[in-house]
Design a protein around this ligand. Structure first.
Ligand code: SF4
Ligand code: SF4
Length: 362
């Protein structure tokens, strides 16, 4: 089955701990329906322990595959990053990882994975049999993905952010990144097919065509089936939070049917409607940022603003904005020196946009 069980948003009890009993039911339903792929990470709090209790201690090791991740940029040092591997083994008691990923590679952090020798470390673990398939998750441009795959041709798979709303969005580049993986012959695991839940809750006028065509089909079912219909997608992760979501996902992924031409056209109509929403026409080329004396992450915060305009979820967009300025400066730090505007190939009014972004998020 192409559906993977993402373990990032597991159900919680009132005291904030993970509801392991509910996870057990979800894991059993998933395996019963033919699912095998479970995806956790060192940084998903409580998740690795929960999956030990719900899965590893209750199902034969050869009936499922387990993926987890090393986060090399949130770790304080090389030693702290390397220690994550042993800790993940201890927490899960899985004995080995079927899939192991370097977590969330992007332009701003790939040097840490290189300088800290983390690639060499995971290659060693694969030689020892503690990792069966080696990969990385990725959040950047097709050019950078192409570079990484040329420098590390031995990776077995890549985890990408793919969804129909970001299909042509240069900041996410779902289509472009899939094409790079295809060119390199890499299998793809997809994360966030429903865009963190945003595509589960779109305005009525945007999704009218989908509702008329299949009134019973949930919006996540359209988003997940769209992604599962693409090449070279091996697994589509869904971060399921309760039994009802598991049941809904299994209802269309157990006997998965790719979208037919009529259904693809309906999705293209939704994409066209989403494209008419007033957004900043930034192509995320980053040319403007190189000479910015205030080190403002212009492309990323344009993306956060566009997220807000598209989906109207100010809280989620502000949270994305805050993540992107955490190690850099906010829009309001702009000195209005104009360097960026002279560098922008799209001739965007960057200073004015930053003022708008600051008013929106700060
Ligand atoms: S105008 Fe603002 S954003 Fe542009 S380069 Fe100068 S300080 Fe940076
Ligand atoms: S130069 Fe223009 S298009 Fe490129 S990232 Fe900056 S604002 Fe966006």
């Amino acid at each position: 089955m192409k559906l993977g069980f993402g373990l990032m948003r597991l159900p919680k009890l009132e005291d904030g701990s993970i509801d392991v009993e509910q996870v057990k039911v979800m894991a059993d339903m998933f395996i019963e329906a033919g699912g095998t792929y479970f995806d956790t990470a060192f940084v998903y709090e409580g998740s690795e322990e929960a999956i030990r209790k719900a899965l590893v201690e209750r199902h034969p090791r050869n009936t499922y595959t387990l993926a987890t991740k090393m986060n090399g940029w949130m770790a304080e040092s090389r030693e702290a990053a390397l220690a994550q591997f042993a800790t993940s083994l201890e927490r899960t008691q899985a004995g080995y990882f079927d899939y192991y990923l370097l977590h969330s590679l992007r332009d701003s952090n790939i040097h840490l994975y290189e300088e800290r020798g983390l690639w060499d470390f995971v290659i060693e673990q694969k030689k020892k049999g503690l990792i069966r398939n080696l990969g990385f998750s990725f959040h950047d441009t097709p050019d950078l993905l192409d570079q990484i795959l040329r420098e590390h041709p031995y990776v077995d798979f890549v985890q990408l952010q793919v969804n129909y709303a970001d299909w042509e969005n240069p900041a996410i580049a779902s289509k472009g990144n899939l094409e790079v993986c295809k060119k390199h012959g890499k299998k793809v695991v997809v994360m966030e097919p429903v865009k963190g839940g945003l595509l589960a809750d779109l305005p009525e006028d945007i999704v009218r065509g989908l509702k008329e065509y299949a009134p019973e089909a949930s919006l996540p079912s359209w988003a997940i089936r769209f992604v599962a219909s693409q090449e070279p997608v091996m697994i589509v992760l869904s971060g399921m939070s309760n039994i009802a979501q598991m049941a809904d996902n299994l209802s269309y992924m157990k006997d998965f049917q790719p979208l037919n031409e009529k259904e693809m056209e309906l999705i293209r109509e939704v994409q066209r409607k989403l494209d008419t929403i007033d957004r900043i026409a930034c192509t995320s080329c980053h040319y403007c940022e190189k000479g910015c004396p205030m080190n403002i992450p212009i492309a990323k915060i344009n993306g956060a603003y566009n997220m807000y305009k598209l989906f109207g979820d100010l809280k989620a967009a502000r949270s994305n904005y805050n993540v992107n300025i955490r190690l850099r400066n906010p829009a309001s730090a702009c000195l209005q020196c104009g360097q960026c505007e002279s560098a922008c190939p799209q001739h965007l009014p960057i200073i004015e946009n930053l003022q708008l972004i600051a008013r929106t998020f700060e």
